[in-house]
Design a protein around this ligand. Structure first.
Ligand code: HPA
Length: 267
């Protein structure tokens, strides 16, 4: 409750119902926030401090394209400390301050050669390949969270409509969570393709599970920064993720802007 109190105090009269989590190299969106109130994670009790380059670790509140939002610039990943529930205090605080809709973004590798770097993919479903779950240890029956409609159909449809209206291609597919931090091997990428995944990444899935546990509706988009390991001759690197993400991030910002204009906040 302490975290929620700190955030609520800083929000003043701003009533936020929508939050966004920005992935690696996607921090640009905070610059579009009007009247930004910035709260470093270290000032919020219980909030984790991330250590990944490309993540600044602050919460930014304000108006984004006419909608009051909370933006989480920076997340912690399982691979930082081995805690699958590292983001639990964050998602719990979001719910307590009144967030109902959550847009998660990430950088990901594409498993489809026709969905190339700098593309945006709307996540329709996921495969949790890690074997981990942020709700392990939770004792209430609420831990048996239904994941049938994890990625909200209405929110997805507004994002899809927005992309169509502005003519930005939006791929759709299944995101597969690998723990990281090493990238996948080419054999793992071939396996992921066989199992029905369209993109691979090291985040988002535990947050989706937690968001559903706390009763928030979720939409998620991947910005494709590379093709999966072994699909081209190239080695993968975090530098490439950071370099390419902003290109796709521009497209994603345009989609989110249009989605907000056509009523994402009412969907
Ligand atoms: N694999 C996992 N995570 C990623 C990748 C990838 O290829 N690209 C960006 N994040």
């Amino acid at each position: 409750m302490k975290a929620a109190r700190v955030i609520t105090e800083k929000l003043g009269s701003l009533r936020v119902r929508t939050a966004l989590v920005l992935g690696s190299g996607l921090g640009e969106l905070v610059h579009a926030v009007d009247g930004a109130v910035r709260i470093p994670y270290r000032e919020i009790p219980g909030f984790p401090e991330g250590g990944v380059s490309g993540h600044s670790g602050e919460l930014v509140a304000g108006m984004l394209y006419g909608v009051p939002v909370l933006i989480l610039s920076g997340r912690v990943h399982y691979y930082e400390r081995g805690d699958a529930d590292a983001m639990r205090p964050v998602l719990e605080a979001l719910r307590q301050v009144g967030i109902e809709r959550l847009i998660l973004t990430n950088a990901a590798g594409s498993l489809r050669s026709n969905v190339s770097p700098a593309s945006v993919m709307l996540i329709e479903d996921h495969i949790n390949w890690s074997g981990l779950n942020p709700l392990i240890g939770e004792s209430s029956d609420a831990r048996f969270v239904s994941m049938t409609e994890a990625y909200d159909a209405k929110l997805r449809s507004v994002l899809d409509q927005a992309a169509n209206e502005i003519g930005v291609p939006l791929a759709k597919g299944v995101y597969m969570w690998f723990s990281g931090p090493s990238f996948e091997t080419p054999a793992e990428i071939r396996m992921a393709q066989m199992l029905g995944a369209d993109a691979v990444g090291m985040s988002t899935v535990p947050e989706v599970i937690l968001a559903r546990f706390f009763g928030m509706r979720v939409a998620a988009c991947s910005v494709i920064t590379n093709l999966g390991a072994g699909m081209t001759g190239a080695e993968l690197s975090h530098q490439e993720t950071k370099d390419v993400a902003p290109l796709g991030g521009k497209r994603l910002s345009m989609i989110i802007k249009k989605a907000f204009e056509i009523g994402f906040d009412q969907a």
